[in-house]
Structure formats: structure tokens, C-alpha cells
Ligand binder design. Structure first.
Ligand SMILES: Cc1cc2nc3c(=O)[nH]c(=O)nc-3n(C[C@H](O)[C@H](O)[C@H](O)COP(=O)(O)OP(=O)(O)OC[C@H]3O[C@@H](n4cnc5c(N)ncnc54)[C@H](O)[C@@H]3O)c2cc1C
Length: 405
């Protein structure tokens, strides 16, 4: 049975994340939105605090750093486990309420860690755990269709040699590690795609450019060329065997962990929109009365309540997906449902909040216009809205990716 209250043991974590979000993220939001590509040095101090708290066990997974199977928490009386997936989700919701662009460039975090946690062996977890890790899947010819990637990995002695191109890598320039998807043998299709850990300072990993973007401008987005990029053989995550029966299952497991987290970011940003809109509506004299039916409310209040209930549905789906991961229940369907619902709902809420607040919502004196720009990416990366719906349809109808494209 799912208990919908925030577990007591995570209240401290949520409180700390909220404090960081309101005191550090919000006060630097505008600065790094305007100053794209400059590194938010204020976050370095934060990294030291987070390291200290992690060592003390106080903050197990305020971001994407701690998520994965190794949550090892004992179940409570009702048999529920609340481990690193729920902890990370709750932390990310708070931090994204502050500023999702800054969250995405927070040292020691990065979705690459979730990828490592999903497939790494124990020795790899020790070597790579706790480092800032980005994730590089997308290529010029492979976006939604990640099975089409062309980057190759060839075994030469004790090393893999990587060659190819990776684009739109979040935190790619600033992270310490990049988890790169590459194929061991293109002829063998998706089963040959594996993930490899590349150190950012590897001479074969060449930065081509940094993107300029609509939103999350505090976060760097890098394009790379991999040119005879040599890495130790042990940097292949998971099994080096090509198992046609397992198909894409190995690397795809990553998404079961990361999609609920991206959904959580959408929940955080849209909660910020709702809270600020409520304040502005109240200042304008609009009363929101939950005891009145929609037709008896002022139109703005009725719209606000409708948005809130949609937000709640997205939040619950997201909590469910993360809870299932902590309790070792297969959650691919719920992870995609949560990502689709939260991404769409949050984008919708952000724009409707701008509309409800009119010129105030559109101007730069409020963060609403920024949140409306930032939120869009959450319905795009880690699989677009359309791709999530496709995955949900395949799972519900029992179709393979070849049968339903
Ligand atoms: C700011 C930013 C950060 C990013 N960070 C990362 C990162 O860290 N790592 C990484 O690997 N990638 C990252 N990406 C890339 C992102 O994951 C891809 O952009 C995304 O997967 C979509 O791929 P695409 O852009 O090639 O679009 P396409 O795949 O070309 O899709 C274009 C449109 O067609 C739709 N579409 C495609 N196929 C289907 C289908 N079968 N059915 C219905 N509709 C379909 C899509 O939903 C979309 O609307 C990032 C992108 C951005 C913009």
C-alpha cells in the first residue's frame, strides 16, 4: 500500500533542499538566465555542503546523484521501502521549485549518475559513484530513435576506442564523467548498444560547441566529437556480452530511473508557477474557494483549481513510479506515464499561469515568464511527449517496437 505522506525520515532533506532552492537558486535565477554559458560559481560552495551532508548520511540523494538499485533500505512495518529514488525525487522537486536550470548544473549531480547506478557493477559504483556525470545518447542522426546511434566502440587490447558524435549533452562541459552510448557492432542492432564511462578530460573527447537555448540557460548543453577516444575496458557499464534476446533492456533500464526524476522537475517548476500565480491572484482580489463548485467561482479561480488538480494527478503518478523503483517493482510503464503526464501538465500550467497573470506574467519582473521557458525541456529530453505515449501504448497493447512505431 502506498502511503501518500512524505516519509518522516525525508522531512529534513526536503527542508534543506527547499532552503537551498529559495536562498541560493532563486536569488541567482535571473543572473544565470541572462549570463548564459558562465559557470554559476555560487554552486561550488553548495557542492561542499552537499558532500559534507552526504558523508553524514543526512542528505541521501537530494538530486540525481544517489538514485539506483543500491537503495538497500529496510522495508517499514507495512512492507514499504522508501529509498534513494523517493529521496532523490523529493529533493529534486524542491530544487526545481527554486530553479531547474541551476539544478541541472549542480556539481556532483547529473542524470549520468542514475545511468551508472542502473547498470554498473559494484566495483564501478565505487570508482564512479559520487562524481558529476552527464549522459550522452543523442546524435545528429539519432534523437527519439536511440537505437539508431552510430557512435562505435571497438575493443583493442585492454581498451575500447570510441568514435562518433554526441550532441545536446546536458552538463557535458562541466561534468567530470560522461556516460556515452555506443554500439559494439552496428550489424547486431540494439542489443549491441552499451554505455561507456568517459572522463571529461579525455583527449579524444573534443568539445565542438555550446548551445544557446530558449530556457534552462544556466545549464550548459554541449556537442562533442569522439575521435579515437580510448578508455579502459572496465569502463563499459554492465555486461559486454551482446545478448539479442535482451535487446535494449540493459541500457534502457536507465530510463526507468531517470524519467520519474525529470517528471519530478516538472512537478517542481509548475508548483512554483501555481504558488506565485495564487499570490498574484490574491493581490488582485481573486478569491479561491474550494467549497464552491466551478460554476460559482470567478473564472480565474475556477481555472486555478482545475490546474491544481491536474498537477496533483501528475505528482501522484510520479511518486508512484519512484516508489515502485525503490520497491523493486518493474516500473517502465509508470515511469513513462509519469513523464508524459508531468511534462505535458507542467508546460500547460506554466503557460496558463502566464496568461492568467497577463502582462505581469509575461514581463521580466516576475519569474513566471522564465519558468514558462524553462519547463518546456522537461517534456522533451529523456524522451519526448510523443515517445512516452508510444511506450505506454506498446506496453498496454503488448506490442514490440517493431510492431508499433
Ligand atoms: C536542452 C536540451 C538538453 C538535452 N540534454 C540531453 C542529454 O543530456 N543527453 C542526451 O543524450 N540528449 C539530450 N538532449 C536531446 C534530447 O533527448 C532529444 O532532443 C530528444 O530525444 C528528441 O530528439 P530529436 O531532437 O532528435 O527530435 P526527433 O527525434 O527528430 O523528433 C522530432 C519530433 O518528432 C516526434 N517523433 C519522433 N519519433 C516519433 C514517433 N515514432 N512517433 C511520434 N512522434 C515522433 C518527436 O516527439 C518530436 O516532436 C537534450 C536536448 C535539449 C534540447
Amino acid at each position: 500500500m502506498i502511503n501518500l505522506e512524505t516519509p518522516k525520515k525525508f522531512e529534513f532533506l526536503v527542508g534543506q533542499a527547499h532552503q537551498v532552492a529559495s536562498e541560493i537558486f532563486r536569488s541567482n535565477s535571473r543572473k544565470y538566465d541572462g549570463d548564459e554559458h558562465s559557470y554559476p560559481k555560487e554552486l561550488d560552495m553548495l557542492a561542499a555542503v552537499i558532500d559534507g551532508m552526504n558523508e553524514g548520511g543526512a542528505l541521501s540523494g537530494a538530486g540525481a546523484g544517489g538514485v539506483g538499485e543500491g537503495n538497500g533500505k529496510k522495508p517499514d512495518r507495512d512492507g514499504n521501502r522508501n529509498g534513494s529514488n523517493i529521496a532523490s525525487l523529493l529533493g529534486l522537486i524542491e530544487l526545481s521549485w527554486g530553479d531547474v536550470g541551476l539544478l541541472l548544473t549542480m556539481p556532483r549531480q547529473g542524470l549520468g549518475q542514475a545511468a551508472i547506478a542502473a547498470v554498473a557493477n559494484e566495483q564501478q559504483l565505487k570508482r564512479f559513484g559520487g562524481k558529476w556525470a552527464a549522459m550522452a545518447i543523442t546524435e545528429p542522426e539519432a534523437g527519439s530513435d536511440s537505437a539508431a546511434i552510430r557512435t562505435t566502440a571497438t575493443l583493442e587490447g585492454d581498451e575500447y576506442v570510441l568514435n562518433g558524435e554526441k550532441i545536446f549533452v546536458t552538463a557535458g562541459d562541466r561534468a567530470e564523467l560522461i556516460v556515452v552510448w555506443a554500439t559494439l557492432d552496428r550489424k547486431q542492432g540494439r542489443a549491441a548498444i552499451k554505455s561507456f564511462v568517459v572522463e571529461r578530460d579525455n583527449a579524444g573527447l573534443i568539445l565542438e560547441r555550446l548551445e544557446h537555448k530558449l530556457g534552462i540557460r544556466a545549464s550548459d548543453t554541449a556537442d562533442f566529437r569522439l575521435e579515437n577516444c580510448r578508455i579502459p575496458k572496465d569502463n563499459l557499464l554492465g555486461s559486454p556480452e551482446i545478448e539479442p534476446k535482451r535487446g535494449f533492456a540493459g541500457v534502457m533500464q536507465t530510463f526507468d530511473n531517470t524519467r520519474p526524476l525529470v517528471a519530478g522537475m516538472a512537478i517542481g517548476v509548475s508548483r512554483a508557477c501555481l504558488e506565485r500565480t495564487r499570490e498574484l491572484l490574491t493581490e488582485a482580489g481573486v478569491e479561491i474557494d474550494y467549497d464552491l463548485p466551478p460554476h460559482a467561482q470567478v473564472a480565474a479561480a475556477s481555472e486555478f483549481i482545475a490546474m491544481e488538480s491536474d498537477w496533483e494527478a501528475a505528482r501522484l503518478l510520479t511518486m508512484q513510479a519512484a516508489w515502485m523503483a525503490d520497491n523493486k517493482k518493474p516500473n517502465s510503464l509508470q515511469a513513462s506515464m509519469a513523464k508524459a503526464k508531468a511534462g505535458r501538465t507542467a508546460t500547460d500550467i506554466a503557460l496558463r499561469c502566464v496568461a492568467l497573470c497577463g502582462s505581469i506574467g509575461y514581463g521580466e519582473r516576475e519569474l513566471l515568464e522564465k519558468w514558462a521557458r524553462d519547463v518546456k525541456i522537461l517534456d522533451l529530453f529523456e524522451g519526448t511527449q510523443q515517445i512516452q505515449l508510444l511506450i505506454v501504448a506498446r506496453q498496454l497493447l503488448g506490442k514490440t517496437s517493431a510492431e508499433l512505431k
